[in-house]
Design a protein around this ligand. Sequence first.
Ligand SMILES: Cc1ncc(COP(=O)(O)O)c(C=O)c1O
Length: 480
Amino acid sequence: MDESWVNSAERIGADLHLELTGPGGGRAALIRALREAVRSGRLAPGTRLPPYRSLAADLGVARNTVADAYAELVAEGWLTARQGSGTQVAERAEPLRHAVRVPRKAPPRARGPRHDLRQGTPDASAFPRTAWLTSYRRALQQAPNEVFGPGDPAGRIELREALTEYLARARGVRTEPGRLVICSGFGHALRLLFGAGVLRGPLAVEAYGLGFHRELLRAAGVRTVPLPLDEHGALVDRLGRERAVLLTPAHQFPTGGPLDPVRRAAVVDWARARGAVVLEDDYDGEFRYDRKPVGAVQGLDPERVIFIGSVSKSLSPAVRLGWMALPERYVEDVLEAKGEREAWASVLDQLSFADFLSCGSYDRHVRRMRQRYRGRRDRLVAALATHAPHVEVTGVAAGLHAVLRLPPGTERSTLKAAAWQGVAVDGLAEFRHPETDMAAGDGLVVGYATPSEHAYGAALDALCGVLPPQEPPTAGPAVG
Ligand SMILES: Cc1ncc(COP(=O)(O)O)c(C=O)c1O
């Protein structure tokens, strides 16, 4: 932070907004207003008050009025005054209890489970703070003044250029800066595409997927039609009259496999033949371990596929930055839906991320995390082989989660046992589309990226401890 700013803030003291009303003239009104500000917590203990002269000038009262009011409140114990450090709110001046709303129960995520193996988040302890700060500082130093005005709804050109290069290189996406629209993540992209009426009619989705996205679509008035899956991904030959399909081709969410190459071509053919469009959710495309990279379906036909990505798995879901590579015909409508100026994705974060990409920090971070997650995946597989060899683990060639296939009828009891032992984990059934007749069986979706590195071993042990035991082999007919 700029030193001179800190110093001048210290000198000037807090910026106070006081209304002097009621009887008793300026001095009494000021005392009441200050007392109320301290009592309500608006002025926190330790806050330095403005010097007499500046507060007097702000309020249009005499300097002595302010000096008298401060002296009175010091005498009452609301404020303290020390030579050389001005007047401050006293440490013991507690705000009234009822003035602060204290939630009676901590929100469910606030305290967190003992062992968190829920899918959905990368290791929060691994956020690249130093490298991000370097990029943020550099972006801020180099930013022209216009950056601090209203933002372009398409997103900063620096970021769209850096993403064009990165997505081509890392994901095989064919696009250009003019077709990229920055948004605040996948959910926002869906809202923009459907809420604005860019895509109409029912949307085919994979029979197993993220309920949050289905809910979001339902709220936008979009009907979703489940598309069954097998081990090669969605059965795209079942697509019919829908105008759009949402797929997770690189790593089916949550069951885990890549979409079969024949089906990748088939879905693009379907979209061409029907004038439809494919929405490609590339939520964890960077994290692949055992197999050759699976490029984006978008590369097969950039006019028929909308490629959507975000930093939620690769960096953090707190950053809220995502992107859409759009067919040309949708660009204008999506931009119109976003509005005249950027209202979602912070322009400063966009510039930081542009720098983070261009200077190689993103590649370094992804490589480091890929190694870490691969190690965790291997430890999970090894732990299961030792402690629960009857539990098959699938979907492990990529991504940040794996699916543990449980013996039939044991998912609910396993989830109960897990909760009892403080292990937070998702059951496969919760991802099932309510209207599908497909059943993927009993299972757990284990987010092995979620715990911090030091907590992972204990989480694995706890998980193995709650898995159902192997069924005893049924006795065969007696021989002899
Ligand atoms: C299937 C799937 N798609 C997309 C996302 C990314 O969502 P967002 O960019 O809105 O955080 C996630 C969660 O990280 C996800 O699980």
